[in-house]
Design a protein. Structure first.
Length: 136
């Protein structure tokens, strides 16, 4: 996955409102079990990747293959979060609505990326719709 990080970062920048940055996050594969332990309190979930702003690291499921457009889309999504932090648009004590707005933006960029590769994005459309109820 590290082989394509630079090109995915450029694409994340191109498909978003953020200017390119000179740094890159660290990409670290993790077991699916570690991801669900970290993100879902150990209960089975569909977690495949997340960005940790403290360490500037994108942790991703080790089963994701760099050759997979879908996998690349997940990394692009997390790269948007990296760019959001690099451009200081994430408030320190972000409200639920602010966090949802940032998440929606990452999904929209992921969707643009996948559309550019002629991929179906119905799952992303559904995820964005579900975000609308997250703060209620």
């Amino acid at each position: 996955m590290n082989d394509i990080l630079a090109s995915l970062l450029i694409l994340a920048s191109n498909f978003s409102q953020y200017e390119p940055v000179s740094s890159s996050p660290i990409l670290t594969p993790q077991s699916h079990q570690q991801l669900i332990t970290t993100l879902c309190q150990g209960k089975e979930c569909n977690a495949l990747a997340y960005y940790d702003d403290k360490s500037q690291t994108i942790f991703y499921d080790e089963r994701l293959k760099a050759s997979s457009t879908i996998a690349q889309g997940f990394i692009v999504h997390e790269l948007v979060h990296f760019l959001q932090h690099q451009h200081s648009v994430v408030p320190d004590n972000a409200s639920c609505e602010e966090r949802i707005s940032l998440e929606r933006e990452a999904y929209q960029v992921q969707q643009r990326f996948l559309h550019s590769r002629h991929m179906n994005t119905i799952e992303i459309t559904m995820a964005v719709k579900m975000l609308s109820n997250a703060c209620q």
